[in-house]
Structure formats: C-alpha cells, structure tokens
Design a protein around this ligand. Structure first.
Ligand code: NAD
Ligand code: WQD
Length: 352
C-alpha cells in the first residue's frame, strides 16, 4: 500500500492513476485545502479500481502514524504542500509551517511506523536564477522566494536524515513546469480564483472566462522576447514517481530533475494552445513579473540514467489535453459537486 499525501491535488490525482494502473494499492491523505474529493472519485472511475481516502492533515502525526500502520503502508509519495510563490511572500510562516513542519511530522510518523521509503515533490524553483542552462542537479541552489526555500530546507532535511541512517530510501524529485491533464478530460488542474500559472490562464482565455492573457515581459533575451520554460506533461511527471519507487527498492538517496529538456516560450504556448483548441487567445505584452527569469529548462540526463525515465508527450499534447479538461469542466471540479447554498454562492464568486 502506498500513501499519497496531497493525492487529491493536481499532480497527486495523476500520480494516483499511475499507481492504481500499475496494480498498486493507494491510500490518500489530503486536508482538501486546495482540492476537492471529486478528483479522487474521478480517479477511481478512470481506473476502475478504488482507493482509500482519509481527510487529514500531514501535521497530525498521530493520525498519520495510525494510517501508516492500519494500512500496512510500505512507501510514501509526499505531494502535500502549499505552492503559490506570490502567496508565500505574503505569509511565509504559513508556508514553513505547512511544508517544512508538515514534512517533519510526516517523517517522524514514518520513523515510528518504520516506513522508510519516501518520494518527495521538490521543484526546479530550488535552483533560483539559472547560472547556466540546461539546469543539471549540480547547479547551485538559491531559491528566490519563501516557497522555494521551504522546498530546499526539506531537501536538506531529508539529506541529513539519510546521512544519519542509510536504511532510508529517499527521492527528491525536482519538477519543472507541470502542464496538461489526463487524456480522459476527467481530471486536471483546478486553480481557485485567478490562475497564476500560464497554462490554466491561457485555457480560461480560450474558453472565454477571461478576456486576454497578459504576457509578463516581451523583452527577455530569448528568440521571441518572452520567457522560456520546460513544460512537462503531468502524466509523464506522474510516471516519474513510479520509476522513482522502483529505483527505491534498494536503499539510497536520489535527487533528480523531472523535465523534458526542451524550452518553450510563452508565445509558443499561446500558438500551440490556439492550434490545439481551435480558439483564439488574445494577449497583451506587459511589464515583466517580479522574480521571473528569462529561461529555465532541465537537463534530464540523470533521470534517464538512474530512473530509466524520459518524458514522451509534446507541448501540443499538453495543450490538447488541458483543453479537453477545460472544455468538459469549464468550472473545474466544483461546479457539480457542492453543498449548502451559502458556501456555494461564495464559491461561485471566486470563480466569477
Ligand atoms: P495542489 O495544490 O493541487 O496539490 C497539493 C495538495 O496538498 C492539495 O490537494 C492540498 O489540499 C494538499 N495539502 C496541502 N497542505 C496539506 C496538509 N498540510 N495536509 C494534507 N494535505 C495538504 O498542487 P500540485 O500542483 O498538485 O503540487 C503538488 C506538489 O508538487 C506540491 O508539493 C508542490 O509544491 C509541488 N510542485 C508543484 C509544481 C507545480 O507547478 N504544480 C511544481 C513543482 C513542485
Ligand atoms: C511561466 C511563464 C511567466 C502567467 C511557477 C513557480 C515554480 C513552479 C512552477 C512550483 C513565465 C509567463 C505566466 C501569465 C505570463 N511551481 N506568464 N502570464 O513562474 O515558471 O513557475 O510554477 O514549484 O516554482 O514559480 O510558471 O506558469 O507562472 O509562468 O506571461 O498570466 O509564463 O512570466 O514566463 P513559473 P508560470
């Protein structure tokens, strides 16, 4: 049985599909602070298999310990965390408490229950401003915001844990820019309020929920002047977790980039999304966004060598799959699902 923390979220729900499809049993712990259980209902209908869901917080060490023991968990995939860069500048302590303290409590529960295999969702944000490209795992680490620093602190904590006891099996997976959705169109990214990430914003413009995309900067030192990122299909990313679990059949600590190795510009994304959706995506080029870098993409060689993993899906497929999800679920998971009238109206306001 695999415990997936944060399994109701965007990446976690795709990881659950990869695990269930591989014949593994899954228990999800999620506090639903940024997700709904509807995603897991859909996961189960996609896979034709059930999973166990526990509405709990990773900071609740006793509950986590009980779950580890009750379900005979053998490995944990730890995705639970807060992830909004801007928000982390406004309330940094909330990020440290949720992400760092949450991971400390989780690891402590794992020690008590003698579960020593952990796959952790880290981020390319730990590299900070690239000194060279593509980014390999030896690149210096200097995150530029509190969110990124929580990821780095956690990686360092896990490295120290492994140094103190090498019977642990730990993989720090540094994701680049996850995008796209499951090909069924049943699950995908469902941001609350105004999306800060590119793909969800573009999709909402394409479907007419927002008037136009604002492109943050057209004067970068890149071929078309807009920022370049390494967009990776979320289904490829999810497969990377299975590869990591396989590799952790033997003790060890791995820190691995999960990216494609290709950079695409913001304008590439706009054009590819237009082609995939058949809709137009009006845009305006405005000032750069504080904290953005011109270009960021992975050297994925180590993942290939050590995990035998590579991404296979193109930007075109990410856009097509994201579009299918957007079209079938114009208001995300929440629309059909919700409870009492007052909550529902406040919910709808957030999506207006
Ligand atoms: P998400 O918000 O969709 O998923 C995170 C899930 O964790 C949510 O379901 C949320 O309810 C849950 N959660 C948060 N705090 C919790 C807690 N204390 N206890 C239990 N559950 C909790 O985000 P995502 O995009 O799926 O990201 C998953 C992980 O990957 C995060 O750790 C994130 O930092 C990391 N990551 C994401 C990206 C990205 O661009 N999406 C890139 C790199 C790394
Ligand atoms: C991509 C490009 C923007 C929105 C963030 C986090 C990072 C990681 C992934 C978690 C940039 C441009 C965007 C818009 C735009 N998350 N853009 N208009 O900033 O590379 O990475 O998500 O670990 O930590 O920082 O992703 O999707 O926000 O931006 O022009 O409305 O799209 O300027 O060039 P980013 P993003």
């Amino acid at each position: 049985m695999i415990l997936v923390t944060g399994g109701a979220g965007y990446i976690g729900s795709h990881v659950c599909i990869a695990l269930l499809d591989a014949g593994l049993d899954v228990v999800v712990v999620d506090n639903l602070s940024n997700s709904t259980k509807a995603s897991l209902d859909r996961v189960q209908s996609i896979c034709g298999r059930s999973l166990v869901f526990r509405h709990a917080d990773i900071r609740d060490e006793e509950v986590i310990c009980e779950i580890l023991r009750d379900f005979g968990v053998t490995a944990v995939i730890h995705l639970a965390g807060l992830k909004a860069v801007g928000d982390s500048n406004v309330r940094p302590m909330t990020y440290y408490e949720n992400n760092v303290l949450g991971t400390m409590r989780l690891v402590s529960a794992m020690k008590t229950a003698n579960v020593k295999t952990l796959v952790f969702s880290s981020s390319a944000t730990v590299y900070g401003i690239p000194r060279y490209l593509p980014l390999d795992e030896r690149h210096p680490l200097a995150p530029t915001n509190p969110y990124g620093r929580t990821k780095l602190v956690i990686e360092q904590m896990l490295n120290d844990l492994y140094r103190s006891d090498d019977s642990w099996r730990i993989a720090n997976l540094r994701y680049f820019n996850p995008a796209g959705a499951h090909e069924s169109g049943l699950i995908g990214e469902d941001p609350l309020g105004v999306p800060s990430n590119l793909l969800p914003f573009v999709a909402q413009v394409a479907i007419g929920r927002r008037e136009k995309l604002r492109i943050w900067g057209g004067d970068y030192d890149t071929p078309d002047g807009t920022g370049i990122r390494d967009f990776i299909h979320v289904v490829d990313l999810a497969a990377g977790h299975l590869s990591a679990l396989r590799q952790l059949r033997q003790p060890g600590l791995l820190t691995v980039n999960l990216g494609t190795g290709y950079g695409n510009s913001v304008l590439d994304v706009v054009r590819t999304f237009e082609a995939a959706s058949g809709r137009s995506v009006p845009y305006e080029i405005v000032e750069r966004r504080a904290g953005d870098v011109a270009a960021c993409y992975a050297d994925p060689t180590f993942a290939k060598d050590v995990l035998s993993w590579t991404s296979t899906r193109s930007l075109r497929q990410m856009c097509a799959d994201h579009w299918r999800w957007q079209l079938q679920n114009p208001n995300g998971f929440r629309a059909g699902e919700l409870p009492k009238a007052p909550e529902r109206s406040s919910h709808l306001r957030r999506h207006a």
